[in-house]
Design a protein around this ligand. Structure first.
Ligand code: GDP
Ligand code: MG
Length: 196
């Protein structure tokens, strides 16, 4: 797939406020700092697009980007913000949870995982919950340029081994480096299979 056009469309605080669209959507989610904005830039080759999602106030919103006029990339608020107070954190998770369980146009969720780290409990907990949503998902291991390919593969192997506790087959696994652009083609190929 070639990305010819990529435009920010709108933001919504919760599922009820999200516009109903007939076109397919793919959501991106991950912990803060995992490289979500960098991935949006890498895929779309438009630096200013990810800046929209990083605008203060928008990081807690569901942000929609219209791609090639035919599908939407949905930037979801990250999970696991420990600094947010109890009440806020609940609301925050609720909007994401409602979207992932109730959004009809959602075709796939891309969950970003830091390829440098051993399996993190928060990522595993989120994925275990996501499994119950019935929406297909893929894992994108980010920042692969930061260590050897062998180290990334070892971390991915440990991660999928941990997932085997609740899932027989590993999900689609993709790798990315915003620095070297490695993985861009494979991620776009995956996206074209889900929105095509
Ligand atoms: N070397 C390297 N750094 C990355 C990569 N992706 C993100 N970063 C860096 O990690 C930090 C967080 O990235 P960002 O995209 O803002 O993460 P977000 O909070 O998930 O949106 C920034 O300093 C990025 O430059 C990558 O693939 N390789
Ligand atoms: Mg960001």
């Amino acid at each position: 797939m070639k990305i010819k056009t990529a435009e920010f469309q709108t933001s919504a605080p919760d599922l009820r406020s999200c516009p109903e669209w007939a076109q397919p959507e793919v959501a991106l989610i991950g912990r803060s700092n995992v490289g979500k904005s960098s991935l949006i830039n890498l895929l779309t080759e438009r630096r200013e697009l990810a800046m929209v999602s990083d605008t203060p106030g928008k990081t807690k919103l569901i942000n929609f980007f219209h791609i090639n006029g035919s599908w939407r990339l949905v930037d979801l608020p990250g999970y696991g913000y420990a600094s947010i107070g109890k009440q806020q954190r609940y609301a925050f998770n609720q909007a994401v949870g409602d979207f992932l369980t109730g959004r009809r146009s959602l075709r796939s969720v891309c969950v970003l995982i830091d390829s440098r780290l051993p399996p993190q409990a928060i990522d595993l907990e989120f994925l275990r919950w996501l499994e119950g949503c019935k929406v297909p998902y893929a894992l994108i291991f980010t920042k692969t340029d930061k260590q050897s390919a062998a180290r990334s593969q070892a971390n991915i192997k440990t991660f999928t081994a941990a997932m085997s506790e609740w899932r027989a087959e590993p999900p689609v696994i993709l790798l990315s480096s915003a620095k070297t652009k490695a993985g861009r083609g494979a991620i776009l190929a995956y996206l074209s299979t889900v929105v095509g």
